[in-house]
Design a protein around this ligand. Sequence first.
Ligand code: GLC
Ligand code: GLC
Length: 813
Amino acid sequence: MQYGYFDDDAREYVITHPDTPYPWINYLGSEDFYGLFSNTSGGYCFYRDARLLRLIRYRYNNVPTDSGGRYFYIRDGGDIWTPSWMPMKSALDRYECRHGMGYSRISSARNGLAFSQTSFVPLKDNCEIHKIVLANESKADKDLDVFSFIEFCLWNANDDMTNFQRNFSIGEVEVEAGGARIYHKTEYRERRNHYALWAVNVPVAGFDTDRQTFLGLYNGFDHPETVFAGKANNSVASGWAPIGSHHIKAHLAPGESKALVFVLGYSENPDDQKWASPGVINKTPANALLEKYGSPEAADKALAALKDYWDLLLGRFSVEAEDKRMARMAGVWNQYQCMVTFNMSRSASYFESGIGRGMGFRDSNQDLLGFVHLVPERARARILDIAATQFPDGSAYHQYQPLTKRGNNEVGSGFNDDPLWLICGVAAYIKETGDFGILDVKVPFDNKEELADSLFVHLKRSFDYTVTHTGPHGLPLIGRADWNDCLNLNCFSKTPGESFQTTANFESGVAESVLIAAIFVFNGPDYIEICRRTGREEEAAYAAKAVASMTETIKTHGWDGNWFLRAYDAYGHKIGSHECEDGQIYIESNGFAVMAEIGLDDGRALKALDSVKDRLDTKYGIVLQQPAYKEYHLELGEVSSYPPGYKENAGIFCHNNPWVTIAETKLGRGTRAFETYTKICPAYREDDSDLRRLEPYVYAQMVAGKDAPRFGEAKNSWLTGTAAWTFVSISQYILGVRPVFDGLLIDPCIPSSMKGFSVIRHFQNAVYRIAVDNSAGVEKGVKSVTLDGKPLSGTVLPALSDGRTHEVNVVMG
Ligand code: GLC
Ligand code: GLC
């Protein structure tokens, strides 16, 4: 069944049932301050780092699921309920939750009282705003008690879950304005210069800041003693668990409504201005924030500014087509998810705790691909941050911490695909912006200034790292793992709990990856072109030779007869071959090799994709390999640790499906490419939500494969490389509007049944309104292009950079 619908005009997904098959969330915030916000107001928020600077507590793996967030309790006469449904699971006469671009609105009603909560993070300010409107729709007067509730976190989310012997004694708050303003200052007396605040813009009848007093020790969020008693206790937390709760009284005549503005914010003071007086925090910045958002009108204005911001961003690429699901995903939701993955990497979602992982070197480079057209300046800054975590030999820290921008020593390096993604990210950035100047920027290696060299040198070290780290067949050594984090060919782990990614019990120097070879060949032409266009002819010639030679190596040692092999293990045995018992064919090397155009000339590409279709395709997408591993293989690692059909063991790992989509366009098979695209696209499975379970507006990392009991069920939505790659596949290869070094290439590859579409694309300070006519009913091929009415020779629109709008008419045939 469906749990909601897309409101395309508003760019909102409207959830109509609170009990979705899993919490369906949204992200608030766009630069430094973020909130995770579920359709029942669950979640949490943080400033820049979800581990170190988390404002409110969130318990992962909780029962019931998704308890904890920003809650409002209403006491309407004797009737007590929570308008966001959770935590009381109140029966509601009306409910809807609209997730929009950077904001959400929950609206509900019960017994003639309507409630709405609009939640967002305003541009440039470090807070969440929750604007509440209460409206009396009944014929009688209402005397209401409204209680707010949030639970502060002790800042370091990891300590918060582990170090209770300390935590239970350090909690401190301050309360001002009669309780309307609550400040959380745990650890502020020592090394912190920041605090959190939870405030409301109206006078309150009382407040609470001690959890036990508010809830009762043995009560859950669904039965707060204080709300049932109808009166706040004015408790001031001292240790234990500080919370923020306001008690507001409101009288509403029939037809009357009242708006309240709550601010949940983060404030920072310079070290020498921490205190207003001994023991009392300097609240200047917090109070400025509260003044700014002190009225419903101010909140509305900030929300309007946020909407304008998203109009501008999404105006950079939009689609009109008969297929509404494709158009809304490509034009809105996929790009929105790309922004979120760019911001979060793989750190904080309902599947990532915000504690474990930093920014991934490979992940962030790939995230750029779907984001660079939105805010190129931020992509540029990100590239420089990532490159600074590269080692002088070209290898890279696998992850880095967003707050310090330092490489993460616990994970270290040795993922041998990592370096190549930097070339991929930088090439995408230059094609989008034409900014070759970035190559001259001096960037540290290993974050050490004394090791700084130009970004170009970083790219060269990336390229050379692959050239110089090859194994017995001349294919790249895999190291700890390549893109597939779970193919751990040097790990040989027998110890429970040991990390498959960071343990290497067997330094084989033998295990090789055909995927890395294909990634190398894929990025080769861009690297060569970058060299040529910056006058490095000799380097270009050297690189061309290396790429040609790797291509031959793949054809000789990376081909299994009907598809590309995946790897060689530490004994030199094949992985992804018909000779294997399980894991005979893998998706990644096949998709990538054809994307890299290997075997387009000799039939291998065609054979490989047909084999993928025959052996790996299912109705919900293409599984990662077949047959699934039935047992654990010491020499393969984590990939064989999952039960068949889940994750990298033959799950539909959505991230690599668009590689096949793109590969299909290389063969000109538009119908197939589109079919591959739609199978994993969430909007096409909206009415199948009971099985799929996750949000119909965002991609998930994995859908259970055909070997799994829960075939078709999705896990891990939002933070996945699927976002960037599906956007690349639909925008650049299916619709075929693709930035290249000379401009914008027009090269659609669509189903023959698609009679046309149009795209508006902002590119290097000009706007192109591109109308594609496929009345000929072909899958690929452009017969003519006109630019502002004049025939264009070729299919590359030049970067006109004149700030004007240009009409482009494309006829396929
Ligand atoms: C996860 C990781 C990504 C990896 C993929 C496949 O999505 O974030 O880096 O490539 O899994 O293992
Ligand atoms: C686990 C996951 C994989 C992820 C990796 C990151 O192995 O299965 O998807 O990339 O952790 O460390």
